[in-house]
Design a protein around this ligand. Sequence first.
Ligand SMILES: [Zn+2]
Length: 170
Amino acid sequence: MKKRIVLFLLGLICISSYLQAQNRVDIDGRLQPILTEFFEQCKKYDIDYHSKLFQLKNIDIVNHLPLEENNTVLGMVSRDEVGDIDNIFINWAALLDNEILKVVAFHEFAHHFLDYKHTCNDCKEIMAETNVSYFDIARDWDNQVKILFTTSPIYLAKRNETSVATALSF
Ligand SMILES: [Zn+2]
C-alpha cells in the first residue's frame, strides 16, 4: 500500500515537472511554422531537439534589436550566466519578408539546436555572420538546408560517435 502511494506521488511529481517544462518555452506563433519545419529537418537527420528546446525561455519576435544603417541585428541568441543559450530573438523587421524571416530564423535556430558558430564572415551560407543576399540563399534553399544540417557540429559529432561505436563492435 505504502509503495503504491509513493509510486503515485512520484508519478504526480513527474507529470507536474513535465507540464512545467512544457510551459516554460514561450514561442511566438509567427515563428512556430518555421520552427516546425526546422524540427522536421532535425528528425530527418536524426538530431534530438527536445532537451534543447526546453532549455529555452523564449523564441520571440522583438523590437529591441538594433535597426540602423550600419548596425542591424535581425536575430540573436541570448545566454544565461553559465553561457548557455536561453532565448532566441528575431527582429520584427525580419517579418517584412518571409524569405528573410526564414533564413534569419534557421540561422538562429542552428546556433542553438545544431551547436553552430558562424561558418564565415560574409558568404552565401545560412550560417554566415552577415548575409549579402538573403535571396541567393532562399533561391538555393533545399541545398542550403542540406549543407546546414550535414556540416553542423552536432551532426558531425554524432556521426563520429557512430563510427567509433561501429569500430568497437568489430
Ligand atoms: Zn549568428
